[in-house]
Design a protein around this ligand. Structure first.
Ligand SMILES: CC(C)(COP(=O)(O)OP(=O)(O)OC[C@H]1O[C@@H](n2cnc3c(N)ncnc32)[C@H](O)[C@@H]1OP(=O)(O)O)[C@@H](O)C(=O)NCCC(=O)NCCS
Length: 168
């Protein structure tokens, strides 16, 4: 079940919705469109290449959760209905220890450099900490808490690398 929180991200009215699985269409298509717009060239120029099918399969991986930031002001109606940014993440076990994997963080070009990416990362960390706690309780490893969020970034993606380095 999804949950929506108003964020009041100045100067716009933004809401953040948590989806415990890939959201339904038309939102799913908007997320894919933003991701492709942001990442297509980087994938295309990498050894991996771009595959629509592979990316959609990955976006629908069981266990993948989404945080979606929507902007209700009228001046940013791009990438589908008011989509400003989204992040997708999963809590998984690695050697029996719960770890958070960040799959995507995508901010619409019109919404960048306003602290939205940082805010979204903090929200992922906060929600992942709750999930991790639950997973740890389930596997009885409460004392082996791992505070790390794992992610991969194209070495050519200089802006994203700087962003992650700044966030530590
Ligand atoms: C990387 C990405 C997620 C960052 O999102 P963002 O919302 O622009 O991030 P922030 O606004 O928090 O930080 C970006 C910069 O804006 C600056 N900034 C933050 N708040 C600001 C504000 N209110 N006013 C002006 N600048 C601000 C930050 O200092 C930061 O500077 P840096 O470029 O030196 O890191 C975004 O650029 C993006 O979606 N890129 C394309 C997709 C991508 O590469 N994703 C990562 C895949 S691994």
């Amino acid at each position: 079940m999804e949950t929506t929180t108003p964020l009041n991200f100045p100067p716009n009215n933004c809401t953040l919705t948590h989806y415990p699985a890939a959201p339904p269409d038309p939102l799913f298509t908007s997320l894919f469109t933003l991701l492709k717009r942001n990442m297509y060239t980087l994938y295309k120029n990498s050894t991996m290449g771009w595959s629509k099918k592979d990316k959609i399969d990955e976006m629908r991986l069981p266990g993948l959760q989404y945080l979606v930031l929507e902007d209700s002001s009228d001046d940013h109606k791009v990438n589908g209905p008011n989509l400003a940014a989204f992040a997708s993440f999963m809590v998984d076990l690695e050697d029996d220890i719960p770890v958070v994997y960040l799959y995507e963080i995508q901010v619409s070009p019109l919404h960048r450099n306003r602290g939205i990416g940082e805010r979204l990362m903090r929200e992922v960390e906060r929600r992942a900490a709750e999930l991790r706690l639950a997973a740890e309780k389930e596997c009885g490893r409460e004392k082996e808490r791992v505070e790390k969020v794992m992610l991969t970034v194209f070495s050519a993606n200089k802006g994203a690398r700087r962003f992650y380095e700044r966030l530590g």
